[in-house]
Design a protein around this ligand. Structure first.
Ligand SMILES: [Zn+2]
Length: 444
């Protein structure tokens, strides 16, 4: 009996060594009820079309954004003013924009929780404020946008509520973006703002439709969700493109590494969930607010339900041939929205607790039986871990912790047959996003 107890203690400590109990607390603190309440409130603004009324206190996007800002301000009051909240806005004109009915300000609501150690490293979670009717130019007809995208907006507010109870080394940004439906204006505006302010963006987690579990095809699934990511940065140089042909990296851009990080964090802490890494920027021919960040070279992905229902998005509320159209409150599954919100919360917490990714990663091993890896050490890391995987595998399946060194010879592994990356591991055990090698090591 004693022996069994000892073995159990040993087992539990080895398991605990890889996980952080704080992350489980964060999952437990996410509330389906609060998300439900916030989605309800957002739908009650009638329409949140970007070009709708801005004066009324009960209807239109003006009332909606003021309400969102007030939520962030209340959260901030409860955490000793830990959030800085402001509007970030850009003017869009009818001229030259096919889907802009009249000139207007596109206004985002931003709340920043400053990091204690790396204030200029930013992890961003976004949802959208705006909604649309069947005709995107129609800014007066009711467009509750319960799932698209009050769900992502409510999730973002909820993550702010939960994570504001903790301190993080990196900064976290909670943002409601506008102008999504007419041309991704809000995302473009904030991406430009971040570039001008020289934010070091670790990643953008864009949430767009995280509450529907019943697909138009009849499939019901409250476990699966999708992570969309582009393969390589849209703004890569010709030189980088040519290097990829010889050294690999076609599916190893920074956004894809962020997607793998979300996948791994979910599998570690929420094993009941089924994250699907979708190897494309977004759905076929469709767009989302992570894209303008990608356009400027930032890592960004889209988190989304696995099964969409097209009768419940971008539709006027009506009944036609017995089918009820419209993106209304009763179609949202709040327990599922809670789970996807928790996926965001734990990913952002892990990232904000981890040291930065190693920079300047070099790899070598042409015509050799071993792989050489070297990198620049990062401040705050206790050590480094090498990850590798089969060239056809989507996930980093093998790893080796190599201690506090800046180079390592991985013996007996042939470079040609795998892909390699390296992470920094913090004193608390949290790992950075994988850095894929960016240069070739010739001399060792
Ligand atoms: Zn939409």
């Amino acid at each position: 009996m004693k022996k069994i107890v000892l073995i159990l203690i040993f087992l539990s400590t080895t398991i605990n060594a890889q996980t952080d109990s704080k992350i489980y607390d964060i999952i437990n603190n996410v509330s389906a009820n609060r998300i439900k309440k916030d989605i309800k409130t957002l739908t009650e603004f009638g329409t949140r079309n970007t070009f709708s009324d801005t004066i009324s206190n009960t209807r239109g996007i003006g009332a909606a954004r003021r309400w969102i800002k007030a939520q962030f301000e209340t959260i901030s009051k409860n955490c000793n003013n830990c959030l800085t909240t402001f509007y970030q806005k850009d003017f869009v004109t009818k001229k030259g924009n096919r889907r802009v009915p009249h000139d207007a300000w596109v206004v985002n609501v931003v709340a920043i929780q400053k990091g204690t150690k790396y204030p200029n490293r930013y992890i961003i979670m976004s949802g959208d404020i705006d909604s649309r009717a069947s005709n995107t130019m129609d800014f007066t007809t009711d467009a509750p946008g319960a799932n698209d995208n009050a769900s992502g907006m409510a999730g973002t507010i909820e993550v702010a509520r939960v994570l504001s109870n903790y301190k993080f080394e990196s900064s976290i940004v909670y943002v409601g973006l506008s102008g999504e439906e007419q041309g991704l204006f809000g995302g473009a505006g904030l991406a430009k703002y971040a570039k001008e302010k020289q934010w070091d963006i670790v990643g953008v987690l864009n949430n767009d439709m995280i509450g529907n579990i019943k697909g138009v095809d009849g499939v019901i699934d409250n476990r699966s969700f999708r992570i969309f990511s582009e393969p390589v940065p849209a703004n890569e140089t010709e030189r980088q493109r040519r290097a990829r042909r010889f050294y690999g990296g076609e599916v190893d851009g920074i956004s894809r590494q962020l997607a793998r990080y979300i996948y791994k964090t979910t599998k570690t802490y929420m094993p009941e969930m089924n994250p699907m890494m979708i190897y494309r920027l977004d759905r076929f021919g469709r767009g989302g607010h992570h894209r303008p960040f990608n356009d400027l070279g930032f890592a960004g992905i889209r988190i989304m339900e696995a099964h969409e229902n097209y009768t419940q998005q971008h539709q006027d509320i009506r009944t036609e041939n017995g089918i009820k159209y419209g993106d209304t409150f009763e179609h949202v599954n709040f327990e599922y929205a809670k789970k996807l919100t928790a996926v965001n919360a734990i990913t952002m917490a892990s990232l904000a607790l981890s040291p930065p990714s190693p920079k300047n990663v070099g790899i070598g091993g042409i015509v050799e039986a071993s792989v050489k890896l070297q990198w620049d050490k990062v401040e705050g890391a206790k050590g480094y871990k090498i990850y590798w995987r089969d060239t056809t595998s989507p996930t980093w399946d093998h790893s080796r912790y190599v201690g506090n060194v800046n180079r390592f010879l991985l013996e007996g592994i042939v470079i040609d047959n795998f892909l390699f990356g390296i992470v920094a591991v913090g004193k608390n055990g949290h790992e950075s996003i994988v850095s894929f090698p960016s240069k070739i090591v010739r001399k060792w």
